[in-house]
Design a protein around this ligand. Structure first.
Ligand code: CP
Length: 339
């Protein structure tokens, strides 16, 4: 019998591979799955499937979300950390893909290179879900825009302001996904860290179709004034520690703090952060930064983080519901004839 699921067998390497309608369908499905979970209604669409979780980098949310989502769907998740398999050290990505694809029904990959997740998808023959690479963080996007839908009822006419450094995976994916979904996007970032022009070009192409706007500015006040969603992220990613002194110097005007947020016109604005966040110096990492650079809060202040506007923990929970949605839709033989 012909496969009736619109999503069956597809990978999620970037949100740019999905249409506006498809992303909206996945967000709506994730909201439905959240409701089922709350009510204790089983939704074991992946009964008997085996899922490999490949992590070259550490993770709290993504690993937990894939593990719990797989279990709730009736699948068996198998975690493989950096030290557990040969990937990239003793065995090529292609060979690893061929082996894992012959045993597992789906693969999650978090790693250093976008090319690697693409290669896994090319050679494994099973759906591959990108759990973060140097270029993109697509499963994060599903959770972020699901949270916006939950808070505002729809994405229609909303404006998202990103205050942070402009050249990381989350920024890239946020700009592109906003453009696909018709959300106006404003990037406030120092000129030295302005977004990659190729990402802006891709996003602008989608924005032209959806009718949204893409703005890049170095003025954080201009960015947040008409925003409904204020988004921030760490100033230096893993591997960029040597650049921290410079980042602290140029990023401080972009800190999401009460003074900046006094400029937001919408009283019901929300604040998002993909987490983990450096909002105090209670972690080893942040206390080291405090001792070296004399700052106890970085991209977001403690006051704003725990304010009535913060939705970052709802967003974090939504990682699980959205990852469940993409796994079920692409591997579960659901009846989804057309989107
Ligand atoms: N937001 C995110 O990807 O969190 P983890 O690094 O904890 O997975």
């Amino acid at each position: 019998m012909a496969n009736t699921s619109h999503f069956q067998g597809r990978s999620l390497l970037s949100t740019r591979d999905y249409t506006r309608d498809e992303l909206n369908w996945l967000i709506g499905f994730a909201i439905h799955l959240k409701n089922l979970k709350r009510r204790g209604i089983p939704h074991r669409y992946l009964e008997g499937k085996n899922i490999a979780l490949l992590f070259e980098k550490t993770s709290t949310r993504t690993r937990s979300a894939f593990t719990v989502a797989a279990n709730d769907l009736g699948a068996n998740p198998e975690f493989m950390g950096k030290g557990d398999i040969q990937l990239g050290r003793k065995e090529t990505v292609r060979d690893t893909a061929l082996v894992l694809g012959s045993m597992f029904d789906g693969l999650e990959f978090r790693g250093f290179k976008q090319e690697h997740v693409e290669e896994l998808a090319k050679y494994s023959g099973v759906p591959v879900w990108n759990g973060l690479t140097d270029k993109e963080h697509p499963t994060q996007m599903l959770a972020d825009f699901m949270t916006i839908v939950e808070e505002f009822g729809s994405l229609e006419g909303r404006t998202l302001a990103y205050c942070g450094q402009g050249r990381n995976n989350v920024q890239n994916s946020l700009m592109i996904t906003s453009a696909i979904l018709g959300v106006n996007y404003v990037n406030a970032t120092p000129k030295e860290l302005a977004p990659d022009p190729s990402i802006v070009e891709v996003a602008q192409g989608f924005a032209d179709k959806s009718g949204s706007t893409i703005t890049v500015t170095d003025d954080p006040v201009e960015a947040v004034t008409d925003a409904d969603i204020i988004y921030t992220n760490v100033w230096a990613a893993m591997g960029e520690e040597s650049q921290f002194a410079e980042r602290v110097r140029i990023m401080q005007p972009y800190q999401v703090n009460a003074k900046l947020l006094n400029n937001v016109r919408n009283p019901d604005y929300i604040v998002l952060h993909c987490l983990p966040a450096f909002h105090n110096s209670e972690t080893e990492y942040a206390s080291d930064i405090r001792d070296r650079f004399g700052i106890s809060e970085m991209e977001i202040t403690d006051e704003v983080f725990y304010s009535e506007h913060g939705r970052q923990f709802q967003e974090a929970e939504n990682r699980m519901h959205t990852i469940k949605a993409i796994m079920a839709a692409t591997l579960g033989n659901l009846y989804v004839p057309q989107v």
